[in-house]
Design a protein around this ligand. Structure first.
Ligand SMILES: *[C@@H]1O[C@H](CO)[C@@H](O)[C@H](O)[C@H]1NC(C)=O
Ligand SMILES: *[C@@H]1O[C@H](CO)[C@@H](O)[C@H](O)[C@H]1NC(C)=O
Ligand SMILES: *[C@@H]1O[C@H](CO)[C@@H](O)[C@H](O)[C@H]1NC(C)=O
Ligand SMILES: *[C@@H]1O[C@H](CO)[C@@H](O)[C@H](O)[C@H]1NC(C)=O
Ligand SMILES: *[C@@H]1O[C@H](CO)[C@@H](O)[C@H](O)[C@H]1NC(C)=O
Length: 534
């Protein structure tokens, strides 16, 4: 909803320029004819251009090639600005190719941007593309080497895995930059990246392996430490057991657990407002809700000892066969959403796909047989270093690159503790304190944000069109990155907005790690000035 009001502003601005824009009804504008003559100029070995289309304002952009497993929201995009749309395939090996699009806006600002993907997708991030292209970025997005949010295309095809690990994004950047130079004679000045989840991992892969691809990277909720994220996802079933087993915690019991966690932890930041500002301070003692002699676990209002043990195991790190830390705990506060994702008593589909189609090449592999031996084997494979956990960022830092990393503290899919683990590893490996890392790497834990978006608090930070909260760079991570790269003004904090329908209920500043947010008053907890970063 918020984004719609933003679009209205853009549409009004576009209407003001209608003198030029309406020309295409009579005779094509120069922009349109240049677009329509672009196709032969971008032919190249390994490149197969499907179409080059001029897109006027108000066009219902049809999403040919979007499979049903890609979210429908991303398929309903209406253009709010003029652009030239290029769709192509690029061959990446004898057995693989990527599909990609480049959206070249008439109001080009001289900036290049690549979007990323999500899950095991497979889906071009049209929502992110229209968001960035609407700000005048020449924007590219790929299908990450296969269509659809599924691992089946990895089966017996390591080339598709390689595309997914790093090659699709990098190829899209190389080819996309070439297309931009063919279309805009001035080329591009600065290059950016915006992505979350798998998109966050892709952004980090680029920082680690292709330090020259981008000047500024915005990477949210990264699916890095990827193999152990998969292992963590596979482990939940072994902890919860199936529905009805002694260890299984019901959805209603999770609500009780959540209430107890909030009772113990919500106030630790000084404000009892339903939002945990620093999950590190939250070390819940679950035994307080073990049923007494007059309570029944069936009521959902308390737990058996076996069930408390399950909850504890979820809030403990996962260690491998030799006691090696594989993945940190799930951060407390996310359990209501996570109970529908990880604690259902059923296997986690992404983990199952990875084991079936990559680790064992066996579509019949049974997720209930998973053990730490499997985890060790999967980790040893780590194809193309898809783990994306290399903590040495020296080349990226040396060339002056900037990375803005954020992670929702209510993320029910990827634990924000893993982002903290990475930050510390970078600091330890590079021998840099936070104030030194600040020159090129800033990390913002975002209270009240779920997985990349929707949570209970001020989680709208302009990370995409659905989370638009204003054009002030303080409220918008993409524009904050532009300001950092181009004006040298680094973001001190990231301000999030809590939306209420089409209005903003309140804003809250999120502190740069390792600082933590503390309510000091005198205003109410919805007053952004009533908080300090300590
Ligand atoms: C595009 O740029 C023109 C001229 O700079 C401006 O008048 C117009 O409002 C812009 N349109 C959009 C959609 O931003
Ligand atoms: C755009 O096209 C799709 C698919 O044909 C259709 O479902 C949708 O209603 C259209 N949206 C608008 C705004 O016309
Ligand atoms: C483009 O590549 C995708 C795989 O990324 C493939 O599914 C699709 O069939 C290709 N399209 C064409 C026209 O070759
Ligand atoms: C058991 O717990 C309930 C809920 O806290 C309480 O009302 C009840 O008095 C307790 N019963 C005993 C025997 O402690
Ligand atoms: C949402 O906005 C409406 C109208 O502005 C207001 O009455 C309501 O209290 C708001 N709700 C919250 C949770 O802020």
């Amino acid at each position: 909803m918020r984004f719609l009001s933003f679009l209205n502003v853009v549409c009004a601005a576009a209407a003001a320029a209608a003198g030029q824009v309406s020309n295409h009804h009579n005779h094509p504008s120069r922009f349109q004819s240049e677009c329509e003559s672009l196709k032969p100029k971008i032919q190249a070995p390994n490149v197969h251009v499907h179409s080059v289309t001029y897109v006027p304002i108000g066009t219902n952009i049809s999403m040919a090639n979007v499979p049903a497993t890609c979210s429908s929201a991303a398929q309903e995009v209406v253009s709010t600005f003029e652009f030239c749309r290029v769709a192509l395939n690029v061959t990446t090996s004898s057995r693989s190719q990527i599909f990609m699009e480049a959206w070249l806006p008439r109001n080009y600002t001289g900036r290049f941007l690549s979007t990323g993907n999500g899950g095991l997708g497979g889906c071009v991030a049209y929502g992110d593309m229209i968001y960035a292209a609407g700000y005048g970025f020449a924007t590219v997005g790929t299908n990450n080497g296969h269509f659809g949010d599924t691992g089946v295309f990895f089966h017996n095809n390591p080339e598709v895995v390689e595309d997914f690990a790093y090659r699709a994004l990098h190829t899209g950047v190389v080819v996309g930059k070439r297309i931009v130079k063919k279309f805009f004679p001035q080329g591009y000045d600065k290059s950016y990246y915006l992505g979350c989840s798998t998109g966050g991992r892709q952004g980090w892969k680029s920082v680690q392996r292709f330090p020259n691809d981008f000047d500024g990277v915005v990477a949210g909720a990264p699916a890095f430490n990827f193999i152990n994220l998969i292992n963590w996802g596979a482990r939940f079933l072994t902890v919860t057991g199936t529905t009805g087993s002694d260890s299984f915690v019901t959805e209603q019991q999770w609500q009780t657990v959540h209430q107890e966690i909030m009772r113990q932890c919500d106030h630790l930041d000084g404000a009892t407002d339903g939002i945990i500002e620093d999950t590190d301070l939250c070390q819940p003692i679950i035994e307080t809700i073990i049923c007494n002699s007059t309570q029944s676990p069936e009521s959902g209002t308390c737990l058996r000892g076996t069930e408390a043990k399950t909850v504890n195991a979820i809030f403990e790190p996962t260690y491998g066969i030799e006691g090696k830390l594989l993945y940190p705990r799930m951060q407390p506060g996310s359990e209501l959403a996570a109970s529908h994702i990880y604690y259902t008593g059923a296997p986690f589909p992404y983990a199952t796909d990875w084991y079936r189609y990559v680790v064992y090449s066996n579509p019949n592999w049974d997720a209930s047989t998973w053990t730490l031996e499997d985890a060790a084997l999967a980790e040893a494979q780590d194809p193309h270093e898809i783990s994306t956990f290399n903590p040495d960022l020296s080349p990226f830092a040396a060339k002056g690159g900037k990375v803005l990393h954020y992670h929702g503290l209510e993320d029910p899919i990827i634990s924000s503790d893993n982002s903290k683990l990475y930050y510390k590893r970078v600091a330890d490996t590079m021998n840099l304190s936070p104030s030194e890392l600040d020159h090129f790497y800033r990390f913002y834990p975002i209270s009240g944000m779920g997985h990349c978006a929707s949570g209970n608090g001020a989680g709208n930070i302009g990370q995409g069109s659905d989370t638009f909260a204003g054009d002030n760079p303080d409220d918008n991570v993409l524009l904050a990155m532009v300001r950092w790269v181009e004006d040298g003004v680094a973001p001190d904090f990231v301000r999030g907005a809590k939306s209420n329908g089409s209005a903003i209920s309140y804003r809250r500043k999120h502190c740069r790690y390792p600082k933590r947010n503390r309510y000091v008053g005198p205003g109410s907890h919805t007053d952004e000035d009533a908080w300090v970063c300590l």
